[in-house]
Ligand binder design. Structure first.
Ligand SMILES: *[C@@H]1O[C@H](CO)[C@@H](O)[C@H](O)[C@H]1NC(C)=O
Ligand SMILES: *[C@@H]1O[C@H](CO)[C@@H](O)[C@H](O)[C@H]1NC(C)=O
Ligand SMILES: *[C@@H]1O[C@H](CO)[C@@H](O)[C@H](O)[C@H]1NC(C)=O
Ligand SMILES: *[C@@H]1O[C@H](CO)[C@@H](O)[C@H](O)[C@H]1NC(C)=O
Ligand SMILES: *[C@@H]1O[C@H](CO)[C@@H](O)[C@H](O)[C@H]1NC(C)=O
Ligand SMILES: *[C@@H]1O[C@H](CO)[C@@H](O)[C@H](O)[C@H]1NC(C)=O
Ligand SMILES: *[C@@H]1O[C@H](CO)[C@@H](O)[C@H](O)[C@H]1NC(C)=O
Ligand SMILES: *[C@@H]1O[C@H](CO)[C@@H](O)[C@H](O)[C@H]1NC(C)=O
Ligand SMILES: *[C@@H]1O[C@H](CO)[C@@H](O)[C@H](O)[C@H]1NC(C)=O
Length: 803
C-alpha cells in the first residue's frame, strides 16, 4: 500500500506551474553512468587476464601478486614486467590529490575541498584531470580516492583526504572521482578499507624492547558498518573502482588485510567487487591469513632493503606446501591483472617517466643521497633527465574548484564582496598568507604543526604534492590591487601579531584579512580544534585593531572558532585546502568574481566538547599487545547525526554556507512513490544476480521528489538544495539518526529565477541494514523528507508511506 500523507495537495501540478525541472549535470541520488562496468564487461576482462595468467610460471605468478620495492621505475608501487609475454608491469603512484613525489605536476584541491563544493560535476572533472597527469607520467594506478577515514573523529589526521563526514555525500564523490579518472583509462584504488578513522597507533609497532603492539582495532557493529563506513565503498565498487586498498588498522580484532568477513564475504560476495585488494604499504603481517582471507597483492613487496615480505618467497612456500591453493594464487594474479585489461592498459599505455626514479629518490632522501651516483650509470644517464610536464591547463580547473569549495560562514553588513572603494587600503595578516619560506614541498613529517611560514594549500604525508607553481593569497591580493591605486600592507608573523604589535602597520587599513592555517598529515591526528599558531590571539588582536576584519581559514578539517563572535570579525570563509591556485581562488571569492557556493561537509562546533568522540590514545600506557581498542559505540551518530541526537546547537551546521545572494524554497516540495501499491517487498530479491555494487534492486528508484528554489536576491548565484530523510521510529532499531542526507543539488540561478530540483531515492536510500536478515530492508511506516539549505535549516517537509 502506498499512502501519500502530509500537507501536499497538488502533487502533479507543481512542476508545470513553476517551470522545468533542472537536471544540471549533477544527477543527485543516481550515480554517474549508473553501473560503469557490468558483470559481462568484467567477465571479458577476467577471461583475458586468466588466459595471460595461464601462461605464467609459478615464480611469475608470485611476481604479479607481490610488489617489487626495488624496481627502478620510481613508482611507489611496482609490479614487475614479464617481457617474454610483452607485459610492461604496473606502476602505482600516490595519491588522492595528484601525483606525489613528481615534478611538473599539478597540486589539486584536497578531498575535503571537493566535499565542500557539493558539486559532483567538478569532482568528476578533477578525477579526469588528475588521471590525465597519472597517465602522462606512465602510472597505471592512482592511489585514491579516499572514503576512509570518513570522519568519525573530528581531528583525524587524514580526514582532509576524504570528502565529507557523511556517507551519502562521500559516496557520490567517490563515484564521480572514479568515473572521471577511469574514463581516462587510469585505475583507481579506493582506500582505506575500512575503519581507518584515526592515525594514532594505526598500524603495528615494535617497542624498543622488541615487543609488538598491534594496531588499534576499530570495533564496528554490522549495521554501522553497512550504513556508514561501507556505504561509500559500495558506490566506489558500483562506479567500477578497479582496486580496493585494505587499511592498516584491525577491524573487530582482525587486521583489515586479513579479514575474511570484510574482504571475501562483504567485498566479493555481498557487493560484487571484481577487481583486486591491495594492502596499504606494509599493512600485511602474515601470509596465509591474508592470502586466504582475500588479499590479492602485497605492497610494497620485496625489496633490497629486506623489509619483511609476506608474499614473495613466503607465499611461494605456502603454495608449495598447499597452505594456499594453486587456484587461489591464480585467482589473485587474475584479479590483479583484470583491471589492466578492463581499462585496455595493454594498448599503448605511456611508459613511466624516466625522471620518476630521480624524483622519488630526491624527495625521499635528498640531493646527497648515495643512490644518485649509483643510479646514474645504472640507468645510463649522465644527469637526471627532465620530467615530463603533465599539467596541461589544469590550473584553471583548480582555481575554479578552489573558489567553489570555499564556504562563506559569516558576512555581516554585506562586507563581502569587496569593492574597489573598500580596498584602497588593505591589510593582510597571518602566517598562512604568504609564500612558504621552507620550500614548495612539505617534507616535514615529524612536526604536527607543519611549517611556520607560508600558505597551506594541501596537507602532508603520502597525499601531499610537489608544487611547480603556488599562488599565495598575499601575491594574488597584491596583484588584484596593483592597478587600482590601492595599498596592501602585511604582517605575517603570528608571534608579532600575538604580541599585539601593529607598529609596522600605518595607516590603519580599511579592511583586514587574516589568514589562518591548520596542518594535518598522515601518521598524526590533530591535537586541537583551534587553528594553529596562536590563531585565537591573532584574530582577536587584529579584530581589536581593525573594524573590518575578515578571517579566511586554510584547514585540514574541523575548527572551533572562538573568535567568530567578535564584533569586528565581519566575515569568515572556510577555504579548506584548495590546491596550488589557492590565492587566485580566494581573490575570486573575496571580490565577488565568483559567487561563494561551497557548503560545509561537516559540522563546526561551538566548542571542542560538542564533538563526543575522542581519538583513542593510549600512547605511553602499557596496555599489552592487543590493548588498543576503539569501540565505535556511537554507532551511526557521527557529525551532524551526533549533534541532532544530543540536540547540540552547532556554531555552523553541516551543509551550511552563505551566498552573496539569497534563496527561498517557495512552493511545497512533493514526494511520490513509484512503487505500485502492494508490489514492494521489504527486502530485495535474494535470487537476483549480484552486480558490482551488490543487489541491483537496491539501485532502483522507489521515490521521486521535487523541490522548487528561487533566487530572491539581486545577484546571480548558486545554492545547494539538500534533502534529508527520517525513518519511521517505530520500525527501525534504536540508534537510528534523526535525519540522514539523501539528496543534494547545486543550482545556479539568475536573480528572480526559479528552478525545480528533482530527487530520486533508491531502495538503498530508504532502507536500513537489517542485521538479522543480513539484508537492506524498507521500514514500515512513515518516511519523512526534509528539504532545505543545511541540516538545520529545513524549510520544506513531507511524509510518505511505502509498503
Ligand atoms: C529519476 O528516476 C526516473 C525513474 O527511474 C528516471 O526516469 C529519471 O531519469 C531519474 N532522474 C534523475 C535526475 O536521475
Ligand atoms: C625487482 O627489481 C629489481 C630491480 O629492477 C630486480 O633486480 C629484481 O630482480 C626484481 N625482482 C625481485 C623479486 O627482486
Ligand atoms: C600447512 O599445511 C601443512 C600440511 O597440510 C600443515 O601441516 C601445516 O600446519 C600448515 N601450516 C600452517 C601455518 O597452517
Ligand atoms: C596522544 O597522547 C600522547 C601522550 O600523551 C600525546 O603526546 C599526543 O599528543 C596524543 N595525541 C593526540 C592526537 O592527541
Ligand atoms: C604565541 O604567541 C606568543 C606571544 O604572545 C609566542 O611567545 C608564542 O611563540 C606563540 N606561539 C606560536 C605557536 O606561535
Ligand atoms: C571603528 O569603529 C568605531 C566604533 O564604531 C568607530 O568609532 C571608529 O571610527 C572606527 N574606526 C575605523 C578606523 O573605522
Ligand atoms: C557568541 O556569543 C554568544 C553570546 O553573545 C555566546 O552565547 C556564544 O557561546 C558565543 N559563541 C562562541 C563560539 O563563542
Ligand atoms: C571495548 O569493547 C571491548 C569488548 O566489548 C571491551 O572489553 C573494552 O573494555 C572496550 N574498551 C573501551 C575502551 O571501552
Ligand atoms: C513541516 O512543515 C510544516 C509546515 O511548514 C511545519 O509546521 C512543521 O513543523 C514541519 N515539521 C517538521 C517536523 O519539521
Amino acid at each position: 500500500m502506498i499512502k501519500l500523507k502530509g500537507w501536499l495537495p497538488l502533487v502533479a501540478l507543481i512542476a508545470t506551474t513553476i517551470g522545468k525541472p533542472q537536471n544540471g549535470n549533477l544527477a543527485p541520488n543516481s550515480d554517474f553512468k549508473g553501473l560503469s562496468f557490468d558483470n559481462i564487461e568484467w567477465a571479458k576482462a577476467t577471461s583475458r587476464a586468466s588466459k595471460f595468467v595461464a601462461q605464467l610460471t609459478l615464480d611469475e605468478k608470485i611476481g604479479i601478486v607481490t610488489g617489487n620495492a626495488s624496481n627502478l621505475q620510481g613508482c611507489i608501487g611496482n609490479i614487475d614486467a614479464v617481457p617474454r609475454l610483452n607485459f610492461q608491469g604496473i606502476c602505482m603512484m600516490d595519491g588522492p590529490q595528484g601525483i606525489n613525489r613528481a615534478e611538473s605536476v599539478s597540486v589539486f584541491p584536497s578531498g575535503i575541498t571537493m566535499g565542500a563544493t557539493w558539486d559532483t560535476s567538478l569532482i568528476y572533472q578533477r578525477g579526469m584531470a588528475m588521471a590525465k597527469e597519472f597517465k602522462g607520467k606512465g602510472a597505471h594506478v592512482m592511489l585514491g580516492p579516499v572514503s576512509g577515514p570518513l570522519g568519525r573523529n573530528a581531528l583525524g589526521g587524514r580526514n582532509w583526504e576524504g570528502f565529507a563526514a557523511d556517507p551519502y555525500l562521500t559516496g557520490l564523490a567517490m563515484s564521480a572521482s572514479i568515473a572521471g579518472a577511469q574514463s581516462v583509462g587510469v585505475q583507481t584504488s579506493s582506500k582505506h578499507f575500512i575503519g581507518n578513522e584515526q592515525e594514532t597507533q594505526r598500524t603495528r609497532t615494535t617497542s624498543i624492547d622488541g615487543s609488538i603492539v598491534e594496531a588499534v582495532s576499530s570495533n564496528i557493529d554490522d549495521r554501522t558498518l553497512h550504513e556508514l563506513y561501507l556505504w561509500p565503498f559500495v558506490d566506489a565498487v558500483r562506479a567500477g573502482t578497479t582496486s580496493i586498498m585494505c587499511s592498516y588498522n584491525r577491524v573487530n580484532q582482525e587486521y583489515a588485510c586479513a579479514n575474511e568477513r570484510l574482504l571475501t564475504d562483504i567485498l566479493r560476495d555481498e557487493i560484487g567487487f571484481r577487481g583486486y585488494v591491495v594492502s596499504d604499504w606494509y599493512a600485511t603481517h602474515s601470509t596465509l591469513a591474508t592470502a586466504n582471507a582475500g588479499l590479492d597483492l602485497e605492497m610494497p613487496g620485496v625489496s633490497l632493503a629486506q623489509d619483511p615480505t609476506y608474499f614473495g618467497d613466503a607465499l611461494l612456500g605456502a603454495v608449495s606446501a598447499g597452505n594456499v591453493t594453486q587456484s587461489r594464487l591464480d585467482d589473485m594474479a587474475t584479479r590483479v591483472l583484470t583491471p589492466y585489461y578492463l581499462l585496455e592498459q595493454d594498448n599503448d599505455y605511456p611508459t613511466v617517466d624516466p625522471a620518476s626514479i630521480y624524483n622519488y629518490v630526491f624527495q625521499e632522501v635528498g640531493w646527497d643521497s648515495p643512490y644518485i651516483p649509483l643510479l646514474l650509470p645504472l640507468l645510463g644517464d649522465k644527469e637526471p633527465p627532465a620530467g615530463r610536464d603533465v599539467r596541461g591547463d589544469h590550473a584553471s580547473l583548480i582555481r575554479k574548484i578552489g573558489a567553489a569549495g570555499s564556504v562563506l560562514l559569516k558576512n555581516e553588513g554585506g562586507i563581502l564582496p569587496l569593492s574597489a572603494s573598500t580596498t584602497m587600503n588593505i591589510g593582510v595578516f597571518g602566517n598562512d598568507a604568504g609564500d612558504p619560506t621552507d620550500g614548495l614541498t612539505a617534507l616535514l613529517t615529524d612536526d604536527p604543526l607543519g611549517f611556520e611560514y607560508g600558505t597551506l594549500d594541501i596537507g602532508g604525508g603520502s597525499g601531499t604534492g610537489r608544487h611547480s607553481n603556488l599562488v599565495s593569497p598575499l601575491n594574488a591580493i597584491k596583484e588584484r590591487i596593483a592597478n587600482t591605486g590601492g595599498k596592501v600592507q602585511y604582517l605575517l608573523s603570528n608571534s608579532i601579531i600575538s604580541e599585539n604589535n601593529f607598529r609596522t602597520i600605518y595607516p590603519r587599513p580599511d579592511v583586514c584579512l587574516v589568514f589562518l592555517k591548520t596542518y594535518a598529515a598522515e601518521t598524526y591526528d590533530r591535537a586541537s580544534f583551534e587553528a594553529d599558531w596562536n590563531s585565537t590571539q591573532v584574530v582577536t588582536n587584529v579584530a581589536n585593531f581593525c573594524n573590518n576584519t575578515i578571517v579566511v581559514t586554510h584547514s585540514a578539517g574541523i575548527n572551533t572558532m572562538p573568535w567568530s563572535n567578535h564584533t569586528n570579525v565581519k566575515a569568515i570563509i572556510a577555504a579548506h585546502l584548495p590546491g596550488e591556485e589557492t590565492g587566485n581562488a580566494i581573490v575570486d571569492v573575496l571580490w565577488g568574481e565568483v559567487e561563494p557556493s561551497g557548503r560545509l561537509p561537516y559540522t563546526v562546533p561551538k566548542s571542542a566538547a560538542d564533538y563526543g568522540i575522542p581519538i583513542t590514545n593510549l600512547t605511553g600506557q602499557d596496555v599489552g599487545r592487543y590493548g588498543w581498542q576503539a569501540n565505535f559505540t556511537e554507532g551511526l551518530m557521527i557529525d551532524y547525526r551526533h549533534f541532532d541526537a544530543f540536540d547540540i546547537e552547532p556554531l555552523f551546521p553541516f551543509g551550511f554556507g552563505l551566498s552573496y545572494t539569497t534563496f527561498e524554497m517557495a512552493t511545497p516540495a512533493t514526494f511520490t512513490s513509484l512503487v505500485p501499491s502492494g508490489s514492494l517487498t521489504p527486502t530485495p530479491d535474494a535470487a537476483v544476480e549480484i552486480q558490482p555494487g551488490g543487489n541491483p534492486e537496491l539501485w532502483s528508484t522507489l521515490i521521486t521528489g521535487t523541490v522548487a528554489v528561487r533566487n530572491t536576491g539581486t545577484r546571480a548565484g548558486a545554492t545547494v538544495v539538500q534533502l534529508y530523510m527520517s525513518y519511521p521510529k517505530s520500525s527501525v532499531p534504536d540508534g537510528t539518526p534523526l535525519r540522514v542526507l539523501r539528496g543534494f543539488q547545486k543550482v545556479y540561478l539568475e536573480p528572480g529565477a526559479e528552478s525545480v530540483v528533482l530527487f530520486n531515492l533508491t531502495r538503498r536510500d530508504v532502507s536500513f541494514w537489517d542485521v538479522d536478515a543480513q539484508s537492506w530492508r524498507v521500514p514500515e511506516g512513515e518516511l519523512g523528507f526534509y528539504a532545505g539549505f543545511n541540516s538545520r535549516e529545513l524549510v520544506q517537509n513531507a511524509t510518505l508511506i511505502l509498503l
